[in-house]
Design a protein around this ligand. Sequence first.
Ligand code: ADP
Length: 193
Amino acid sequence: MLNIILFGPPGAGKGTQSQKLIEKYGLVHISTGEILRINIAEKTPLGIEAQKYIDHGNYVSDAIALEIVMNEINKNIPCNGFVFDGFPRTTPQADEFTRILGKYNSEITVLISLEVDEETLVKRLSNRSEKSNRPDDTCDQIIKKRLTIYENNTKIVKNYYKKLNKYQSINGLGDIDKIFSDICKVIDNICKN
Ligand code: ADP
């Protein structure tokens, strides 16, 4: 299986690049944020619980994030593999995730980190708020908070995959297709070996 973690701060372009990856490599997209938003829209018990956190820019619990991912893997396996978008976001999530994939005799192929500077991220997220109706994008204060939480809690997840020799970083600035081709080069290089 080809299991890719697309990593990066809010606004890095994970959703856009995930879409292109699943098409090219025939993978299943698992976005924990997207699944949470569907649950919020449908007012499921999970959605009602999660909304309290998400609207204020906070993370849902590791237990909730892990349960979502486990369900999605279960639903879709067997398949060519997955693109994990917005997960894992904490080191405990990464640790438990290794165990979950192990149960399927599988593992992460690579974590690809999209590198984008903070000024660009803020601009992109404010622009996105005009097109999408994500409450967490509308207010500058909440955008800043999400970027801070990323800096404090999520950035370190890179180290977990660095130690496993599964970390690759890509410049997330510039042309979408150029970024995509850089991502594909990384993947094709790994698959060749
Ligand atoms: P973004 O990358 O722009 O923050 P996402 O769609 O990935 O957008 O996530 C939206 C929100 O959903 C996050 O701010 C967080 O509250 C929640 N969320 C998504 N994934 C996780 C996760 N793995 N752990 C905890 N909270 C999560």
